[in-house]
Every structure is written in structure tokens, then in C-alpha cells.
Design a protein around this ligand. Structure first.
Ligand code: SF4
Ligand code: SF4
Length: 387
């Protein structure tokens, strides 16, 4: 069949560039998680403060009480703003070009294709029904967080579990999330991005605002040779070869279809007003825009990189919230900010003078200890008459 070939070198370059950006974001995010667990002079904030979904969970609380949910910080709202800014241009570009949990699944998908030389698909009826699951996850966890005023999703969150993979809390506090993380990895070997497709509440949220995006993948039916290479390349099983443009809210803007099409200018990324952009440029603009928003927010104080102690949080907000007590706070921190006598802590948690100066979780995980940080929060609430 005669046709003008795509520049396969450029397509390969685009794919490599996207993978490099995905890996860099993954490494950066993983490093923050490891440093949070094992600080080397600098202790980054916890995983929830670096997740845009935290902004959605905390929005109601912020609007109605002026306070964010425990563990959420301005950085969560900044990231949510950055994700939405990207969405105006490239819809779910965050999912396809930045999200580190998506990257991990994609790596397992690549492994699956290498091992089995193919991927599997659910039957279309089951697949269609299962895709709605993520909207249910979104509705349940956001409404419960808004009603109860806590991060209800935390124990079930595979990304929070990933950030605690080297923590002693992994198999207690994050056991369910860790199970979901493992299932997502194993599932992605066979079905590609299985968590993204069926369970991710952030993906569901971005699917709901999908329509605001200007650019989308378009197909020129006159030059298309119907080889279906685009369909095979799509990690979320969209039949690109049968539509004039990809409108689906499932599209994660990875542009793998564009990079797989063998016919020049047959699949391209464009707007209604006929503006066009290359697949590599979508990745570049996405990462630059995202980084620019984070940089400006960091400069203006809208992005908290560092984990704060309960003393710093209370001094800043002028409000003491016992749920903000972290395992990384020392008993001295808590005693100072609450005014609860040191002797009461020593007696209640059977602490030595030395343990009083240690992070709570270090004392909690000594041999024979039968309490957790949560017990310290409850003790403080009881002592302050907050129960
Ligand atoms: S349709 Fe294309 S851009 Fe969208 S998810 Fe599938 S391969 Fe990626
Ligand atoms: S990859 Fe898709 S759009 Fe490109 S020629 Fe084949 S079927 Fe047509």
C-alpha cells in the first residue's frame, strides 16, 4: 500500500522523551517519600501534602471552616491548580505525562508485553461497567472526607502505601493500600494501567472535567490505512481508528497512538481552531507548566516542602488540632504545645527520659510497646477534654 510514511525516528524520540520525564518525576517523588521516612537533615512533608487529590478532599473543609484537613497543605491545592491548568490545554495530561503511580503501572505493562508479547483486554461489557468504579470511588471518598473531616482514603490509598514502603507502618496502617498497590502492579502486567482505568479517583475527577481541554487527538480518515496500530498502542483501549477525534474521558493524553501511526499527518494533536502541536511538545509544555506553577508557589509560600512539627503548625495556624500530631513529633513537642505535664506522658506510655525526646513513632516501635501514634492523639484529646 502506498502512503507517505511518518518520521519513525521522531516518533521514537517522542516516546523516549515522555518515558524519561515520567521516570524523572517518579524518581523525584520516590526520593521525597524515602527522605520523609529516613530524613537526611531535611524531612520533606508527607505524601498527602504532595498529592493533588488532597486539594479535592480538603476543599469543603477549607471553604466552610477556613481550615484544611489534617495532613493536607497548600501544596495540595497548588498541585490541584497545576493539574487543572494542564487540563485546560491537554485534558488528562497529568495522568499520561506526569503521574508517578501511572508510570509504575506503565512499567509493569511494558514488562508484561516483554514477557507475553501481548496484552489482554476485559470483555467490552465488563470493561465498560468496571470503568464506572472509579467514579464511585471518587464520590464515596470525597463525600466521606467532606462529611467526616478526615482523609478517609488514606489507609486504602496505594500511593500513600508506596510512600511508606520502607516504613514500619506499611503492614499495619497501610496494609489495604499496599494490597491494592500490589494488585495494580500485577494487574497492569496483563491489562495495562489497571488502577488508572478502573479505580483512580483523580483520573475520574479529570475525566469529569475532560471537556475543558482544547487539544485532542484527531484522525484524518482520508489518509488512514486502517492498520489499527493506534488501537494496539493505546494503554486505555480506546479505538482510535474508528473515531474522527478522541473525545473519550478515558484518554490520558499519552499520545502513544500518534507515535504509533505509520502514515504521516494522519493522527495529530489539534484544536477546533486547527492549531496543532507535536506529541513531544505536549510532554514538554506539560512538565514546564507544572514546574512553573510549583516554582512560583514555592517562592510565594504556597508550597510546603518541609514537614512541620506540631509546634510549627499550631504557631502558624493559631489553632491546635490533636490530629496533626505526627509520629515524627517528639513527646517534648506535644507536651510543650499542649501544656500537658511531662510526667503524665512518661507514666501513660512508660517512657524513659530519653524516649521523651525521641519521635513518637520511635518509642512506639520499641520492643514490647503496644501503642501507636494514634493512642497519643487520643490521650491528648482526653487530657484536654476534647473528646
Ligand atoms: S487515545 Fe491516544 S493519547 Fe489517548 S490514551 Fe489512547 S494512546 Fe494515549
Ligand atoms: S495507526 Fe490508526 S490512524 Fe494511523 S493509519 Fe493506522 S489505523 Fe489509521
Amino acid at each position: 500500500m502506498d502512503y507517505v510514511k511518518s518520521d519513525s525516528g521522531k516518533q521514537k524520540q517522542n516516546r523516549t522523551f515522555r518515558l524519561v520525564i515520567l521516570l524523572l518525576v517518579l524518581v523525584f517523588s520516590t526520593t521525597l517519600g524515602i527522605l520523609h521516612q529516613h530524613p537526611l537533615g531535611f524531612k520533606p512533608a508527607g505524601v498527602d501534602a504532595f498529592c493533588p487529590f488532597g486539594g479535592i478532599e480538603s476543599a469543603f473543609s477549607l471553604v466552610t471552616t477556613g481550615r484544611m484537613l489534617s495532613r493536607i497543605a497548600w501544596s495540595s491545592f497548588t498541585l490541584l491548580g497545576a493539574v487543572l491548568l494542564l487540563a485546560v490545554l491537554f485534558r488528562r495530561s497529568f495522568c499520561g505525562n506526569l503521574c508517578p503511580l501511572g508510570t509504575l503501572q506503565e512499567l509493569f505493562g511494558i514488562l508484561g508485553k516483554k514477557i507475553f508479547g501481548r496484552r489482554w483486554e476485559l470483555s467490552s461489557g465488563i470493561d465498560r461497567a468496571a470503568r464506572y468504579l472509579k467514579y464511585a470511588v471518587l464520590a464515596v471518598f470525597v463525600s466521606l472526607s467532606w462529611i467526616l473531616g478526615t482523609l478517609v482514603i488514606r489507609p486504602y490509598d496505594p500511593w500513600a502505601a508506596y510512600h511508606h514502603i520502607t516504613s514500619v507502618d506499611l503492614l499495619s496502617e497501610f496494609s489495604v493500600g499496599f494490597g491494592i498497590l500490589l494488585l495494580s502492579f500485577i494487574g497492569s502486567i496483563f491489562l495495562e494501567r489497571v488502577f488508572c482505568k478502573y479505580l483512580c479517583p483523580m483520573g475520574a475527577f479529570l475525566g469529569l472535567v475532560n471537556r475543558i481541554g482544547r487539544f485532542r487527538v484527531k484522525r484524518n480518515d482520508e489518509t488512514c490505512i486502517h492498520c489499527k496500530k493506534c488501537d494496539k498502542a493505546c494503554p486505555v483501549n480506546i479505538e482510535v481508528s474508528s473515531v474522527a477525534q478522541v473525545q473519550s474521558s478515558e484518554c490520558i493524553v499519552c499520545n502513544e497512538c500518534v507515535n504509533a501511526c505509520p502514515v504521516k499527518d494522519t493522527l495529530y494533536i489539534g484544536t477546533r481552531k486547527k492549531a496543532k502541536i507535536g506529541a513531544g511538545s505536549v510532554v514538554l509544555v506539560s512538565i514546564v507548566l507544572f514546574a512553573a506553577v510549583v516554582a512560583v508557589a514555592s517562592y510565594t509560600g504556597g508550597f510546603e516542602w518541609k514537614q512541620k512539627t506540631i509546634v510549627e503548625t499550631t504557631t502558624e495556624t493559631g489553632f491546635f488540632n490533636p490530629d496533626e500530631i505526627r509520629g515524627s513529633d517528639t513527646f517534648r513537642n506535644v507536651s510543650e504545645i499542649t501544656g500537658i505535664d511531662k510526667k503524665l506522658f512518661l507514666k501513660e506510655f512508660e517512657l524513659s527520659e530519653e524516649e521523651f525526646e525521641l519521635p513518637i513513632k520511635d518509642a512506639a516501635h520499641r520492643e514490647g510497646s503496644e501503642w501507636e501514634t494514634e493512642n497519643v492523639r487520643e490521650f491528648v484529646k482526653k487530657q484536654l477534654g476534647l473528646e
